[in-house]
Design a protein. Sequence first.
Length: 154
Amino acid sequence: MTKMWRKKFKEVIGEMAAYGERANRGAGRRELAALREKIAEEFQVDLPKEYLALLKRVNGIEYNGFILYGVDEELLKKAPEQSVDGLMEMNQTWRENQWERPWLFLGESGVGWYVYDPAARKYYELDNPSGTVCEEFSDLGAMLEKLFADALLS
């Protein structure tokens, strides 16, 4: 997984701090296990290891209209610093439409969704509302790099 996203992530964290905002701490092992179990039960999808590793670092983040989903609050021991949409909740919402079913929704912006296709093991940005693929990413890191770079430009 490309590591360039970490630089952009640190910039987002820095800008948040300048406005008195704090990013969420990472999710704990038990919280991640609970999320993984719920996603597997509900959607028959195994969460990608690299996404789980990201949630260990930051349990969801929202900045400038760009959102990376985190562990749903009912699965957390402590309330997050920043209220962020939960992965389970948002996938229950977005997967209602038949064309969206293959995707696991990981985040969103005002104009797109950031998704994972478990069958292809690939990451994409989809147009919102059409669901058309706008961009395919080589891995989660490449997708995160674009998400955080776009959040910094907004």
